[in-house]
Design a protein around this ligand. Structure first.
Ligand SMILES: Cc1cc2nc3c(=O)[nH]c(=O)nc-3n(C[C@H](O)[C@H](O)[C@H](O)COP(=O)(O)O)c2cc1C
Length: 335
């Protein structure tokens, strides 16, 4: 590893800008893309953009921060894959909750084969809301997916019976509560199919045409989309609780990094992923999940893993904001 020379600073700015652009391809709740980057010669800053927050469904910013954590991991991978060793200070400015991470690169490092591989999965990864095929996910694949989350400091707790029955009840209940709350309904209508800001939100072709057959219901978006779901039943899917020791902003950010890592690993292994967050949004159902963890941590997201059908068409891509909307040049404004 060598120290960076002064003459490399233009390369570094470009590397930060590229990393921020790659961060923008991360998954986010309702595809809100609630991040804003400042890229300059001294570093890359990740901020929360609360103009794309879900104040009703996510008043604490838990899902917003998890989404930003996923973007942070994507950006870290982009730097690693390009041969820069990133150093990250999380929640680096106590004066502002919005300043989520400060990334610098101090040295060159050859990218690991693993980082290069996961980086290549970034453009292949998508949320898949269709039923999974009726074949078990290999145990070795599940172990590698769990390890990817653990490497980023988050646990993944696989759910068996009777917890799966309780998850199914909780997911149905969370859907009912979300749809019955007029403010939440309006918020979801805005981001899913509504008159939301261009190149954000969940497009109709990513929303199932009807409720897919499954034991644990996915999020009910309140109206059908055009995504064909076929006749399959997701009975072979495996459900995991992504958790951290605490339930504060740093836990949320790190859970998002772990989400990105285990999702990209799953993509590499041919395993489809569907996050379920309505059960996290509703305090009563979040508490049901917390009890499943028997005190080892706080649940921050439910993830469904399953094999995608070999003859299924690829999931349609979702839009992203243009880079100039989410990446700004330094210097870095004070909070
Ligand atoms: C924190 C978080 C929560 C999410 N919750 C749900 C959910 O409850 N139901 C769902 O269908 N998708 C959920 N998603 C997936 C997003 O809708 C998806 O990432 C976004 O629309 C972008 O699409 P893509 O993942 O295909 O790139 C969630 C994603 C994140 C990061």
């Amino acid at each position: 590893m060598n120290q960076v020379q002064t003459g490399q600073s233009d390369d570094i700015v470009q590397a930060y800008q590229h990393a921020a652009e790659v961060g923008g391809r991360a998954p986010s709740v309702h595809n809100t893309q609630p991040w804003l980057w400042y890229a300059g010669r001294t570093g890359l800053e990740l901020r929360a953009d609360r103009s794309r927050h879900l104040p009703t469904a996510d008043p604490d910013g838990r899902l917003l921060t998890i989404s930003c954590g996923a973007a942070l991991h994507h950006a870290r991978l982009a730097l690693s894959a390009a041969g820069w060793a990133p150093h990250v200070a999380r929640l680096h400015d106590p004066r502002s909750d919005d300043r989520l991470a400060w990334i610098t690169v101090a040295e060159h490092a050859a990218p690991s084969a693993q980082d290069r591989r996961l980086f290549e999965e970034i453009d292949i990864r998508h949320t898949d809301r269709r039923p999974t095929v009726e074949l078990p996910v290999p145990a070795e694949a599940l172990a590698l997916i769990r390890q990817a989350a653990a490497d980023e400091g988050a646990g993944l707790h696989w759910l068996g019976q009777p917890d799966l029955d309780d998850l199914a009840v909780a997911a149905a209940r969370a859907n009912e509560i979300g749809l019955a709350d007029l403010d939440q309904r309006a918020e979801m209508d805005y981001w899913v199919g509504g008159r939301r800001p261009a190149r954000t939100g969940v497009p109709s072709d990513a929303v199932p045409e009807r409720a897919p057959q499954t034991d644990v219901p996915g999020r009910d978006f309140g109206h059908p989309g055009t995504l064909g779901v076929g006749e399959g039943h997701a009975r072979s899917a495996v459900y995991g609780l992504l958790y951290r020791p605490g339930d504060g902003p740093e836990d949320w950010l790190r859970a998002g990094e772990a989400l990105s890592a285990c999702w990209l690993k799953a993509t590499d292994l041919g395993v489809a992923v569907l996050p379920l967050s309505s059960v996290i949004e509703v305090p009563a159902t979040r508490e049901v999940l917390r009890r499943m963890l028997s005190g080892v941590g706080h649940p921050l997201l439910v993830l469904r893993f399953g094999l995608a059908g070999p003859d299924q068409a690829p999931v349609p891509g979702t839009p992203r904001l243009p880079t100039e909307r989410v990446v700004r040049p330094g210097p870095f404004p004070q909070p």
